[in-house]
Design a protein around this ligand. Structure first.
Ligand code: CO8
Length: 261
């Protein structure tokens, strides 16, 4: 008997689309689904043809969070040590994934689903999208970076309101707060995310990876250290073959032919 994948993979040009495929549970994150997502990302990191990744959900919803029917797993998982339990390895690897990841959100992005969107680099939301961290209503708190990433993305007051009330926000509110960068019509989030992915794909993959890496350093360090980090990455970029090619192509009024890695 063949089992259906919980994460569907398709390539649109140089953009890899990973679709959460558990629609009957609103794409809730079971341990199996997170492991499939982790393996898909690991593979995407190695594939030269993949320049950007879009994560989306099947049947009009992004993801309704951790699988509430399997919360017992969290009770028995160790706090430190084995990171493979409960998808922790997936979240660790996503946070250091080197290529750009765009979340295409339709419908619900709740709990771990909202945390998944927050862990992506860019969030595109359809008008129907709803973002929320309702964990406190279940007697728990976000456990996949939500408390840390939300406050960095929307600031303290808005983050506290979402975290402590558990109340969801609309796509427009998410954009106003800075959680989403673009709002599009219902049903068009994937298309809009793909357009961003294609725009990224036309750029130097080396420069894109260095820019992502430097920008993320801003979340972990003070300004002086962050500027040092940027300077180091700039130095690597300026000496890369893509840098010579990019500038030469500009001067010769042609499209650059960037390297694959
Ligand atoms: N887990 C398991 N099953 C779910 C989940 C979920 N998170 N969400 C929905 N489902 C299931 C429902 O149980 C239902 O199953 P069945 O058909 O067998 O009864 C099916 O999906 C359809 O759901 P509804 O009938 O409830 O559909 P509605 O359209 O009425 O409502 C909602 C949709 C609003 C999304 C509603 O299902 C809901 O509120 N879901 C729970 C949302 C939630 O509280 N999410 C937070 C979970 S806690 C969390 O994510 C903690 C993260 C900690 C870190 C984790 C790392 C993974």
């Amino acid at each position: 008997m063949t089992t259906q994948p919980l994460v569907e993979r398709s390539e649109v040009g140089a953009v890899l689309v990973l679709t959460l495929a558990r629609p009957r549970a609103k794409n809730a994150l079971s341990a199996e689904l997170m492991e499939e997502l982790r393996i898909a990302l690991q593979r995407a990191a190695q594939e030269e043809s993949v320049r950007a990744v879009v994560v989306t959900g099947q049947d009009g919803n992004f993801c309704a969070g951790a699988d509430i029917s399997a919360f017992e797993n969290f009770r028995t998982a160790p706090l430190v040590g084995d990171r493979s339990r409960c998808g922790q390895l997936f979240w660790d690897e996503l946070s250091s994934f080197p290529k750009p990841v765009v979340a295409a959100v339709e419908g619900y992005a709740l709990g771990g689903g909202c945390e998944l969107a927050l862990a992506c680099d860019i969030v595109v939301a359809a008008e129907s999208a709803t973002f929320g961290l309702p964990e406190v209503k279940l007697g728990v708190i976000p456990g996949a970076g939500g408390t840390q990433n939300l406050i960095r993305s929307v600031g303290k007051a808005a983050a506290m309101q979402m975290l402590l009330t558990g109340t969801a926000i609309s796509a427009d509110e998410a954009r106003r707060m800075g959680l989403a960068s673009t709002v599009c019509a219902e049903g068009e989030a994937l298309e809009a995310a793909l357009a961003i992915g294609h725009a990224i794909s036309g750029n130097s993959p080396t420069a894109v990876a260095l820019a992502k890496n430097a920008a993320l350093a801003a979340l972990d360090t003070g300004l002086a250290q962050g500027l040092e980090h940027e300077k180091r990455n700039f130095h690597v970029a300026i000496l890369s073959p893509d840098s010579y090619e990019g500038q030469q192509a500009f001067l010769e009024k042609r499209r650059p032919a960037f390297s694959q890695t």
